[in-house]
Design a protein around this ligand. Structure first.
Ligand SMILES: Nc1ncnc2c1ncn2[C@@H]1O[C@H](COP(=O)(O)OP(=O)(O)OP(=O)(O)O)[C@@H](O)[C@H]1O
Ligand SMILES: [Mg+2]
Length: 367
């Protein structure tokens, strides 16, 4: 774990419905009562990528393998969750491990579905959730400050540097600011401190505005409010109807497109969540294309060829000689590896090469 996306939100806003649809496994029970999710749920979700299908048309492989993303579904947070109210507190630790937070916000009216705050008001809800995340961070930070103080009494230089930063950060977040907007005075000490603290408000947040069917084609007032709020903070909003996503779970591509079309949308909310989440995590894919398997491999943007090779096998990195690379565009335009080679589109790249999104790779290695 560590490259995942954590779902948070008030109880009953549609987290598990979204999660279920994402995983297509109906194992995270979603039901119309608050606190339905009492065990954290983790899932590995394939990243849709049309390029894989295009490669497969040329190669005709036995298998297709997508990149994946980890998702974590937790119980709803309520006011006071960080102080042990509700069940939320217990699960905050589960989203600590993730790197991006998807905050599901209720943007639909339905008298039959209880809202724990008694009315629909997405900005109020967002502020409750983010306040809880902040309070949880203050809690972890205070504990850290206490232990750093003890260490700093001796002659521990690192502890002293970290203590200074921790105290400054504490002052900053106690004013209601998220860690992510903290101007780190010393990037290295901050990183060292946050590496195991994994402060919740240091993570990127995306909003999932959960609307009813009618809200899909045109933004309702709630969605408009969320979009405005998010724009001021430079955050992404993905509008979805969790209920519709759930209904489409068993649809094939054609049925899905038809359904979305009739509702006035181009891309499903889930696909957007995965696509934008993948990007927010700083990830990209390169491909291997063989007759046994056409496969997407996940790496961080900016990864060198040997490190990218290590994702397949450690020996590929250890014994790395060179990489043979054909860009996705060339591969498709030429109609496959052989023809790309004949057209001189096959590049030999060394240890310093930074792998590009969509590169079709062969690694030469020696162990
Ligand atoms: N867009 C929507 N339109 C209509 N009903 C919805 C929508 N999204 C979710 N629901 C319904 O709301 C109820 C609560 O959903 P869900 O169980 O996913 O919430 P949750 O956020 O996981 O709650 P908890 O925090 O209690 O686990 C369910 O009955 C679900 O079908
Ligand atoms: Mg749930």
């Amino acid at each position: 774990m560590g490259l995942g996306i954590g779902l948070v939100g008030l109880p009953n806003v549609g987290k598990s419905t979204t999660f279920n649809a994402l995983t297509k496994a109906q194992n995270a029970e979603s039901a119309n009562y608050p606190f339905c999710t009492i065990e954290p749920n983790k899932a590995v979700v394939p990243v849709p990528d049309k390029r894989l299908d295009e490669l497969a048309k040329i190669v005709n492989p036995e298998r297709l393998q997508h990149s994946t993303l980890d998702f974590v579904d937790i119980a709803g947070l309520v006011k006071g969750a960080s102080k042990g109210e509700g069940l939320g507190n217990k699960f905050l630790s589960n989203i600590r491990e993730t790197e991006v937070i998807l905050e599901i916000v209720r943007c639909f009216e339905d008298e039959n579905i209880t809202h724990t705050e008694g009315s629909i008001d997405p900005i109020r809800d967002i502020e409750i959730i983010e306040q809880e995340l902040l309070l949880a961070d203050m809690d972890s930070l205070q504990k850290r400050i206490d232990s750093l103080k003890k260490k700093a009494k001796g002659n521990d230089r690192d502890a002293k540097a970290q203590l200074e930063i921790a105290e400054e950060l504490m002052e900053f977040i106690a004013d209601g600011n998220p860690v992510s907007s903290f101007e780190k005075i010393d990037e290295d000490s901050f990183k060292a401190m946050n590496k195991d603290l994994r402060l919740l408000t240091s993570k990127e947040i995306m909003y999932g505005a959960n609307v009813d069917e009618d809200g899909l084609a045109e933004d309702n007032e709630y969605v408009k409010a969320v979009k405005e709020y998010a724009a001021e903070r430079n955050r992404e909003v993905i509008k979805l109807c969790a209920k519709v996503e759930e209904e489409m779970v068993d649809f094939d591509e054609e049925e899905k497109a038809e359904m979305l079309g009739s509702l006035g949308v181009e891309e499903s909310g889930l696909d957007q969540i995965i696509r934008k989440g993948f990007d927010k995590l700083g990830l990209m894919s390169y491909f291997t294309a063989g007759v046994k398997e056409v496969r997407a491999w996940t790496i961080r943007k900016g990864t060198t060829a040997p490190k990218a090779a290590a994702v397949i096998h450690n020996d590929f990195e250890k014994g790395f000689i060179r990489a043979e690379v054909i860009s996705y565009e060339d591969y498709i335009a030429c109609g496959g590896e052989q023809k790309a080679k004949e057209a001189g589109k096959n590049r030999l790249e060394g240890k310093e090469y930074i792998v590009q999104d969509g590169d079709v790779m062969h690694f030469r290695f020696n162990v």
